[in-house]
Each structure stands twice: as structure tokens, then as C-alpha cells.
Ligand binder design. Sequence first.
Ligand SMILES: Nc1c(NC[C@H](O)[C@H](O)[C@H](O)CO)[nH]c(=O)[nH]c1=O
Ligand SMILES: CC(=O)[C@@H](O)COP(=O)(O)O
Length: 164
Amino acid sequence: MATQLKNLSDFSATEIPSAAAYRFGIVVAEWNAEITNALYQGAYQSLVNNGAQPQNIYNYTVPGSFELTSGADLLLKNINLDAVICLGCVIQGETKHFDFICDAVANGLTNVAIKYSKPVIFGVLTTDNQQQAIDRAGGKHGNKGDEAAITAIKMAHLAKSIKT
Ligand SMILES: Nc1c(NC[C@H](O)[C@H](O)[C@H](O)CO)[nH]c(=O)[nH]c1=O
Ligand SMILES: CC(=O)[C@@H](O)COP(=O)(O)O
């Protein structure tokens, strides 16, 4: 498994641009809150550790990962942001519901990013079980929230460099 070869929180500080000039939205799904709260803490701390100003980080929650698309759309429609980080945890149950949510969120967030020409970061765990989620939300495989935050910083920097 690719993740087993990589820690989601391993980054070289020299490769990460400063986040000081950028404004970030973070949308967090409430489903599996013990996991998504850990993802949020990782993302928020990674932003701040790389220079983001707390007053430039706009935090919101939505009921479930399926609503992350609506959340990202509302933020980009109403707030001047350089990137939106979307955090969720979808865990396989007994039915195909998992598949529909995961596909909807991945495609939905992609469409929002294109609609606004803004980076929308897919920080959603899609796991077979709870332990896999724990391992990727501050456990042995790091924190996907860290990864999502660093991705947001890099994409915001890329967007700025292309525009100027
Ligand atoms: N089972 C999980 C859900 N289900 C809820 C959906 O995301 C959505 O809120 C509902 O279908 C109403 O639109 N959400 C997760 O984030 N994680 C899950 O494991
Ligand atoms: C991913 C889900 O929505 C899942 O938790 C729902 O469980 P089930 O497929 O057993 O209804």
C-alpha cells in the first residue's frame, strides 16, 4: 500500500513556501468526529507552523463528507480565499453507500475547484475500517490533515506565481 511507504506528515521545510500571505478555508465533516477533529488539528497547526495568520484561517463544519462540496462552494462564493481544505473520514459500512459518497465528494470538490479557479484540497480519508483511519489521523502513517495543509500552501503559492 502506497501509504505504508510514506508518512503523510513527512515534509522538508525547505520545500514549503511561506503561508503568511494567503487566506485559507477549512471545511470539516462532523461524521467520525474523533478522526476529523484530529485531521483539523493537523491541518490548522501545519498552516500556522508555515506562517499562516490565524485571522486568515476560516473554519466551518458540515454534517458529513457528502456536504463538503456544498461547504467549499459556499466559502469560495462568499469569502476571498486562496485555497480551501476539505477534511472528512468515510469508513466502509455494509452497503455501497461508501462508494457513492467517496465518488460524489471527489468529483464534487474537483468541480468546485474548476468553477472558482481556486485550489480545493481533498483531505478525505476513505478507509476500510476505523483503524486505518486512526493510523492516518495522527497515527503511524501520519496525519492527512498535515498533507492537505501543505498541499493548500503549495497550490496557493503556485496560483500566485502564475498570476504575477
Ligand atoms: N457514512 C459516512 C457519512 N455519511 C453521511 C454523508 O456524508 C451525508 O452526510 C449524508 O448522506 C446526507 O447527505 N459521512 C462521512 O463523512 N463519513 C461516513 O463514514
Ligand atoms: C459510508 C457510509 O455511509 C456508511 O457508514 C454507512 O454504513 P452502511 O453502508 O452499513 O449503511
